[in-house]
Design a protein around this ligand. Structure first.
Ligand code: RET
Length: 237
């Protein structure tokens, strides 16, 4: 194996994390596919979107992992992955939230462009070498980020208040996972700014943080979406 880092332990740690990420995403892909038919018809597309998200991520993790094994780091795969999957995660949530079709359309028309803007503004900062540029794009990207988080957590709270029993509690779980995992990204991004840019420990921490957050935001969140859809399907049968 060629090495990205001089420290072989850190190199191996990131290699293992990317390999683990690939395995979890591909396993989750198969699982979500088997679950589509287990929910009522109007929620099936929500579970299908979960499968698409982890399928796309599995491919990107495979590319990042094999790149790492050859001694290269391509942050482009992460950003390409987020660019596709983050809008999809928002869409899958809106499908199971139980808002009217009209409201859903309206929410999508602002939230989807906001997610694209957030990721697109992050990339130039992620690949920049100067701290000033990194901070500038971080601040710009935080604006759509905060808008998305406030809007989604407001919708989730409102939806949770409309529901009771298992639907309400699975919505609470989904909200917690959403807020906790999404916060990891803007913090992980700053590791090379807070520490020295060439610090291999900080770079390892950033790769691990992104990987754990991706697994949680896509896989575990997908499970929460499935729980909501299942609880809802029980109600309507
Ligand atoms: C960036 C740049 C710095 C500022 C902010 C960011 C936010 C990224 C987010 C990514 C979410 C990814 C998800 C992936 C799912 O699998 C782009 C790091 C705010 C919130 C949910």
């Amino acid at each position: 194996m060629k090495m990205v880092f001089e420290d072989s332990n850190l190199n191996q740690l990131v290699y293992n994390a990317l390999s683990f990420g690939t395995a979890v995403m591909l396993g989750a892909f198969v699982y979500f596919l088997t679950q589509i038919k287990s929910v009522a018809k109007q929620y099936q597309s929500g579970v299908a979107v979960s499968a698409v998200v982890v399928g796309i991520a599995g491919y990107h993790y495979y590319r990042m992992w094999s790149g790492w094994a050859e001694g290269t780091v391509n942050q482009g795969y992460r950003y390409a992955d987020w660019l596709i999957t983050v809008p999809l995660l928002v869409i899958e949530l809106l499908i199971v939230l139980g808002v009217t079709a009209e409201r859903r359309k309206k929410l999508m028309s602002t939230l989807v462009p906001a997610t694209v803007l957030m990721i697109a503004l992050g990339y130039p900062g992620e690949t920049a070498s100067s701290d000033g540029t990194k901070w500038t794009f971080w601040i710009l990207s935080m604006l759509p980020f905060l808008y998305i988080l406030f809007t989604l957590s407001g919708e989730l709270k409102a939806a949770g208040a409309r529901e009771k029993g298992p639907v309400a509690s699975s919505m609470k779980n989904a909200t917690a996972i959403l807020l906790l995992t999404w916060l990891v990204y803007p913090i992980g991004y700053l590791f090379p700014v807070i520490f020295d840019a060439g610090n291999e420990g900080a770079e390892t921490a950033r790769q691990l943080a992104y990987t754990v957050a991706d697994i949680t935001a896509k896989g575990l969140f997908g499970l929460m979406i499935l729980n909501i859809a299942k609880a809802r399907s029980g109600d309507s049968h």
